[in-house]
Structures are given as structure tokens and as C-alpha cells.
Design a protein around this ligand. Structure first.
Ligand SMILES: NC(=O)c1ccc[n+]([C@@H]2O[C@H](COP(=O)([O-])OP(=O)(O)OC[C@H]3O[C@@H](n4cnc5c(N)ncnc54)[C@H](OP(=O)(O)O)[C@@H]3O)[C@@H](O)[C@H]2O)c1
Length: 253
């Protein structure tokens, strides 16, 4: 039998309780990785972990709010302590609160900056020493940080304001970090999904939901994005997929 590509490696997925994160965690486990699942909704994580274990995989549940610097660092620390290492970080947790800037609740802007930017940075900062070590001592001799941005990280549109700001920031940070660590075989990749059917839009205020509903036509499934992430992290050591922009075929912008 062919050995799964990620056997012997450990991955941490943030925002693993739903959508793209949950699908990616299951897909990483199917490739042989032990997976740490971080999010706030523990019951969701437990259900996903049970499914992974039923398939013979290893899953660790980390109830964490990664907007808290200590909880983010602890999620990384517990992954390394309990799974023995960290080869792959999927920086996925995010929130998208859209609508006109004029009159927007500042709390929504704060929430997006705290999670999409600071939460991602806290995880990246805590994980980097472990990823650098993994790239040096693992059988694959390569480690991965995959940062989930968005089409909104490529182009700003009316109504996307602060969400777009956070995702442009993720893109800039990723490219700078990529240049810093790529010769040490930590690959930093940016994934920019278009419309994907998840819980993401449901957190918007009802009036915003009404106005954005007709923007969403054809959608991809969370598994489609997980598939792209798996492609990235299973490349041989000498290939780094730096960036992937993925839209449903009918999505024009
Ligand atoms: N769906 C799309 O169309 C689309 C398009 C482009 C980019 N993206 C990006 O894809 C990523 C995943 O989103 P999704 O579409 O899969 O949406 P989702 O189903 O709403 O998933 C978001 C995840 O983030 C977690 N999360 C939220 N606040 C958190 C916190 N403070 N600490 C830890 N985890 C937290 C949520 O879990 P808990 O609530 O349990 O904490 C959930 O697991 C996001 O970065 C999003 O911006 C999505």
C-alpha cells in the first residue's frame, strides 16, 4: 500500500469547526497528518475529531479564541506538546462583515481586524519556530503555512472595505514572510477563494445580508478549497505554490 504523503506530520487548522477549515482538517487527516482543530465551538470540533478518529486518524481538539494572544500561542503549544511537532499551519479562521462604511458598527471592524489580522499573526508568530524546525528535521524536509485570504484580498470593492483591508494585509504579510523563510524550506502560501458555500456570510446584519444575497450566484463547496490546500501541502519539497486564486466558474469579479 502507498504511504499517505503526510504520514508522520502534524497540522494545526484554525477555524476548524465549520466550512473551509473543517473540510481541510478532514482532508489533511485523510492524507495521513495528525490534525489539531482550533475554534471556539468545542462541540463541533469534537464531532469532527470523532469522524477523523473513526477513519483511523489522529485529531486533537483545541477550544480556542485566537483573537486572544495567549489562547493562540497555547493552541500552537498544545499541538506541539500533544502531537509532537508542527509541520503545517492552516491560518483559516476569519470573519466577513460587509456593508457601507458610513454608519457601520465599529465593533464589526474591530472583530475583523482582531481575527483576520491579529489572530492570524498570533498563530503565525507562535508557529514559525516549530515550522522552521520541522523543515529541518522531518523526513519531508519541508513545512507549510497556508494563509487563507480571499478574492477581496486582490481587489477592493464597494461594501467590502474593512474585510478587504484585512485580506490585503494577509497577502502582504504572506509574501514578505515567504521571501524570508523560503530558503529554509518553510513554504508560505496564499489561497484566495471566491464564493464558497459556508457559514461565513450568515454573521452579517440582516440588512446587509439582504443586500449581498444577490451578489452570490454559483458557489464552490468547502471541499473544493480543501482540495486546493491539499494540492499545495503535498507538493514535493522543491515546489512551492505561492498563491492560488480560485473562483466558481461563473463568478466574474
Ligand atoms: N466562504 C467564502 O466565500 C470565502 C471566500 C473567501 C475567503 N474565505 C475565507 O475562508 C476562511 C474560512 O471561512 P469559511 O468560509 O469557512 O467560514 P465559516 O464557516 O464561517 O468558518 C469560520 C471559522 O472561523 C472560526 N472562528 C471565528 N472566530 C474565531 C475565533 N475568535 N477564534 C478561533 N476561530 C474562530 C469559526 O469557528 P467558531 O465560531 O467555532 O470559533 C469557524 O470555524 C475565512 O478566513 C474567510 O475569510 C471564505
Amino acid at each position: 500500500m502507498v504511504k499517505p504523503v503526510l504520514e508522520g506530520t502534524a497540522a494545526l487548522v484554525t477555524g476548524a469547526s465549520s466550512g473551509i477549515g473543517a473540510a481541510t482538517a478532514a482532508a489533511l487527516a485523510a492524507q495521513g497528518a495528525a490534525v489539531a482543530l482550533a475554534a471556539r465551538r468545542k462541540d463541533r470540533l469534537e464531532a469532527l475529531a470523532a469522524g477523523i478518529r473513526d477513519q483511523g486518524g489522529t485529531a486533537l481538539v483545541l477550544e480556542s479564541d485566537i483573537t486572544d494572544e495567549k489562547q493562540a500561542a497555547d493552541a500552537v503549544g498544545r499541538t506541539v506538546a500533544e502531537l509532537g511537532r508542527l509541520d503545517t499551519l492552516i491560518n483559516n479562521a476569519g470573519v466577513m462583515l460587509l456593508g457601507p462604511a458610513a454608519g457601520a458598527p465599529l465593533s464589526e471592524w474591530q472583530q475583523m481586524v482582531e481575527l483576520n489580522v491579529l489572530g492570524l499573526l498570533y498563530c503565525a508568530h507562535a508557529a514559525l519556530p516549530h515550522l522552521l524546525r520541522a523543515a529541518g528535521d522531518s523526513p519531508r524536509q519541508v513545512a507549510d503555512m497556508v494563509n487563507i485570504s480571499s478574492v477581496a484580498g486582490r481587489a477592493a470593492r464597494n461594501g467590502n472595505n474593512v474585510y478587504s483591508l484585512t485580506k490585503h494585509g494577509v497577502g502582504a504579510f504572506s509574501e514578505s514572510l515567504r521571501q524570508e523563510v523560503t530558503k529554509r524550506y518553510v513554504r508560505v502560501s496564499l489561497v484566495e477563494p471566491g464564493a464558497t458555500a459556508t457559514e461565513l456570510a450568515s454573521h452579517n446584519r440582516p440588512e446587509v445580508l439582504d443586500s449581498i444575497r444577490n451578489q452570490f450566484g454559483q458557489t464552490m463547496g468547502a471541499e473544493d478549497i480543501a482540495d486546493a490546500i491539499i494540492y499545495i501541502v503535498t507538493r514535493p519539497r522543491h515546489i512551492a505554490v505561492n498563491e492560488m486564486l480560485i473562483r466558481p466558474t461563473e463568478q466574474e469579479r
